[in-house]
Design a protein around this ligand. Sequence first.
Ligand code: HEC
Ligand code: HEC
Ligand code: HEC
Length: 405
Amino acid sequence: MKMIKLMVLLLLLPTMVWAGGKDDDAVTIANTDSAYPPLNLEQSKHSLKQIKHGEYLLKMGDCFTCHTDEENDGKPFAGGLKIKTDFGTIFVPNITPDKETGIGSWTDEQFVKAVREGIAPNGSYYYPVFPYNYFNKMSQQDVLDIKAYLDAVPAVHQENHEQEMDWPFNYRFLQLGWRLLYFTFEDDVFEPDASKSKAWNRGKFIVEGPGHCALCHTQLNYFGVPKKDYYLAGTFVEGYYAPNIAAQGLKKLSAYQVVDIFRNNEMPTHGELSGPMRGVEHNSLRFLTDEDLFAIATYLKTINSKTPPVELDMKQSFGVDEGEKLYQSSCAMCHDDGLMGAPTLEPEVWSVLLDQGRNKLYEVTIRGNGDMPAKGGCDECSNARLKAAVDYMIDTATGQQSKDP
Ligand code: HEC
Ligand code: HEC
Ligand code: HEC
C-alpha cells in the first residue's frame, strides 16, 4: 500500500519539470556567435559525413542548451546546468568524451540505450527531464552519428554533480512506475505516412522526435505526460507562456512567417523570443536548413488541437490585499483611466465582463488579448498573484467581497 503511494507520488515528477526555475531562468546569451566548440577531427575514427550528420541531429535535439551551463560560463557539453523541479534539483551530466567524468568510456550500445531508452549503463532509469522518450524516434544509426560528433568535441574533466532529488524521488527504480504506464520502449523509429508530403513527414519527425517541442508546448497531465487533445496547444514553462503552435495558434501566419521566427529570432507579435525558447532558437533551430524549418511549419499548421483551459497553478493563494498591491503597481496605469480601451473598475463594465465567468477573466489576464499584455506585463508574476489582482478588480467594481482568497 505504502509502495503504491510512493509510486503515485513519483508519477507526479515529470509534471514539475521546469516548474520551479523562476529566479534563475534568465538565460542570458551575451553574443550571437555560436558557442559550439572546435572539433578534434584528427583522432576521430568516424567519417566527416557521419560527424556532420550527428551534429545536425544534435542541433535538432537542442542537446547543447541543456548540457552546457552557459550562464556560469560552463564548457560546451560539460553539464552542470541545474534544472529545478518541485521534487528536487536535477543536474545535467557531462557528455564530453572525458573518460573519467564524461562518457568517453561508454560503448556505442550504452549510448544508444541511454539516449533512446533512458537506461543508464548501470541499469538505472533516467528521469524523463532528459527527453529520451522523444529521442527514440531517431534510428540507432542517427544516435550513433550523434555519438560520433560528441566523440570529437573537446573532453572536459568535470565531475557530475550528485542529483539532489528529495525523498522518495531519489530512488531511481521508482521511475519504473512511470515507464510501465507511459513509456514501454519499442523500437519506435519514425515511420513516414505515404499519403502525406515529404515536407510534412520531415516536419513530423523533427517536431515529435529530436525537437521534443511538446515537452514545453503541450500541457502535461497529472502524470507528466503531454495531453493528446491539447497537443502543442500551449502551456506555461519556467514562468513563460509557450504559445499554441498547432494549426489554430499559427493560423494568422504563413509557413514562411513561421520559418522567419526561427531564422530571425523574432515573433510577429511579441518581438524577440525569450525564456526557454531563446536557447532552442539560438543554439539549435537557427542552424537547420530552410527546407527543414519549412517542413516544421508545414507539419505544425496541420495539427488540430483543442484549446486547453488555463492552468492556474494555485498552489499558493493570495488575498485581495496582495491583489490590490499588484493592481496598483502593474495594472492601474491602464485600467484606472481606461487607457487603450482597458476596462475601468465600473460596475456596468464588470457585470458584462463577468458574464463570461471568472475563469475566462483570469485566462485573458494570463495570456493577454489585443492591447492587454500577457500577465498585464508583469512577466515575473505568478498566476496566483494575477488571480488575486483580478479578484481585487472584480471586488472593487462590483462592491463585493471575494470569498475565495
Ligand atoms: C531538456 C534538457 C535536456 C536535453 C534537451 C537533452 N538532455 Fe541529455 N540529459 C538531461 C538530463 C537532466 C540528464 C540526466 C538525467 C538523470 O540523471 O536522470 C541527461 C542525461 C544524458 C545522458 C546520460 C549521461 C550520463 O552520464 O549518464 C546522455 C548520454 C545524454 N543526456 C545525451 C543527450 C543528447 C545526445 C541530447 C540531444 C539529442 C540530449 N541529451 C538532450 C537533459 C537533457
Ligand atoms: C524548452 C522549452 C521549449 C521547447 C523545447 C520549444 N519551445 Fe517553442 N517556445 C517556448 C516558449 C517559452 C516560447 C515563448 C517565447 C516568448 O514568449 O518569448 C516559445 C515560442 C515558440 C514560437 C513562437 C510562437 C508565436 O506565437 O510567436 C514558435 C513558433 C515555437 N516556439 C516553436 C517551437 C518548435 C517548432 C519547437 C520544437 C522544435 C519548440 N518551439 C520547442 C518554449 C519551448
Ligand atoms: C498596457 C495597458 C494594460 C495593462 C498594464 C494591464 N491591462 Fe488589463 N487590459 C488592457 C486592455 C486594453 C484590455 C481590453 C482588452 C480587450 O478586450 O481587447 C484589458 C483587459 C483586461 C481584463 C478583461 C479581460 C477581458 O475578458 O476582456 C482583465 C481581467 C485585465 N485586463 C486584468 C489586468 C490585470 C490584472 C493587470 C495587471 C496585472 C492588467 N490588466 C494590466 C490593458 C492593460
